[in-house]
Ligand binder design. Sequence first.
Ligand SMILES: C[S@@+](CC[C@H](N)C(=O)[O-])C[C@H]1O[C@@H](n2cnc3c(N)ncnc32)[C@H](O)[C@@H]1O
Length: 241
Amino acid sequence: MWIEAPELYWEDCQVTMARLAAAERQIDLAVTSPPYMVEQPYEAGMEWIEYQDLLWNTYVGLDTILKPGGYFVINFGDQCRGKQLLGTQVPSTIPMSVTHWDCGRGVGWELQATRVWRKKRRGMGIPFVCNHYPRPVYDYEHIWTWRKCAETHHEVVRNRAMSQWGVLEFEGDLPKKRHVAAFPLGLPEWAIQVYSDIGNLVYDPFMGSGTTGFAALTLERRFIGSEIDESLREQVENFLA
Ligand SMILES: C[S@@+](CC[C@H](N)C(=O)[O-])C[C@H]1O[C@@H](n2cnc3c(N)ncnc32)[C@H](O)[C@@H]1O
């Protein structure tokens, strides 16, 4: 199947989502990993309230462009920036599930599934382990599936066997070479195969190095991505060419 070139927007995803909504364009599936507020360069100095707004505005924006019955697969971790936020001596864990639950329910969606991404190895091939002191490090992150309500509440999966994986284990493509916070290609590949059809339109509001786009195009879906860091432009355009 011939797939259109990806549409890449080098801007705040709020601007892109407003642009798509104004044009009455709708997406079938969103897959993303948002900023984690762990002091990566692109979130340095962000206050907790700003971070909550960023997440909430993302859910609200997606609600304006996601088709009824469409899915939103979000990958997130339990942040450990508590030193600044909570005034504790060492960083501590913040259970982000609470915020994501509030956001998704706030826009009226159904949480259809929660899963775990177990990180098998670090970039250099070293096994990933959990540590809690002096700084929490987890060998897993969350993968949640939201569904925008439609006439029915039925889950519509395209690959039943893959949808039944509760713990997803990925390794192998050393994604940090592309971006400090890239997720492995297997993650968006899994989401796209379970929750969309060939030819569907997939959107990543925080596309980073374009991992979701690469998976979408390889799997014969169309892709729209937003990324605020324009220094990634050449790299992403080459990756998705
Ligand atoms: C966790 S990373 C995503 C990494 C991506 N999944 C990958 O595999 O490369 C989050 C990205 O969101 C971008 N970002 C932060 N705020 C943004 C915004 N308001 N709109 C669009 N992109 C944003 C950051 O620059 C960063 O590249």
